[in-house]
Design a protein around this ligand. Sequence first.
Ligand SMILES: [Mg+2]
Length: 353
Amino acid sequence: MNVHVAAYTVPTEAPESDGTAEWDRTTLVLVELEHRAVRGMGYTYADDATARAVQFLAPHLSELSPYNTRSIFRTCVTTLRNHGRGGASAMAISAIDCAAWDLKARLLGVPLAHLLGTVRPEVPAYGSGGFTSLSEAQLCDQLSRWADDGFSAVKMKVGRGKDLERVRAARKAIGRGTELFVDANGAYDRKQALQFASGFSEAGVTWFEEPVVKTDLDGLRLLRDRTSMEITGGEYAWEPADFLALIPVLDVVQADATRCGGITGFLDAHALISAHELPMSSHCAPALHVALGCALPAVRHLEWFFDHQRIERMLFDGAPQPERGMLRPDLSRPGLGLELKRKDAERWISNGR
Ligand SMILES: [Mg+2]
């Protein structure tokens, strides 16, 4: 197999922030694996360092069969052993693994949903954005539009002040018929998180994501046991051991195929999480998770993340669009169902080639 990698950097519509980070652009690192003139593609949201990690792995993949996805995955993991398993390594492995599954499905002439085998034809999604950089009016407008479009839940960021006021305003804007999720991105300490938990709960919030920093497992457990809201996290789980650490302290475990090892890593995460009888939810990159969401019974919903759905629509033909808050794989297209709009994408190339 030949390996191609490119990084595309797309500015956001306006500067954005959550409880602990600020950004004004997003980079998508695209990997294509080519076998006998057929290309499969995968991607991750990372930066040029991840593209370099993919280039480092490329010579080790040349002799592997595109049908042996687990072998491709294992080769990546062992080759990067001394570099560390998380961060750029994990994102490179994830993009390559997704490309390998896409390639295998294309070689077999089937959609990824059929290759995986599904338990349902469509999967629920929730609207996700609500950045702390939005004015209260912009926040309410975005969330209420998603509620009107039929999403059964919407998520907003918290952690930068006026959180309770903004949550109450959001609740008023979306009404009582739509679930309201909050994500602190680890912005609070334990006592702040406990205090906000009671206010959020009174405002009808049902999901409190990363109330404290992801490494504070005792803090996550404390919050989980003290509030009726679901305590959630997992977006930085790179490997099975990370999920094993989080499973005992969360109500819903999130997993991101662009970080946790692609389709293979997501399947492995699902096995661990469902063995503990917990629900899971996919994080970001909605186009990459539709087939997985239809295939895996423990997946409750996908995250329709504002920035990523926008980029996926800009760069890919076939990017799925929600209907009544549901996402459905296009079974008329092979693999992931995505085709790079090569001409449109040219203008966003940043590096990695
Ligand atoms: Mg989050």
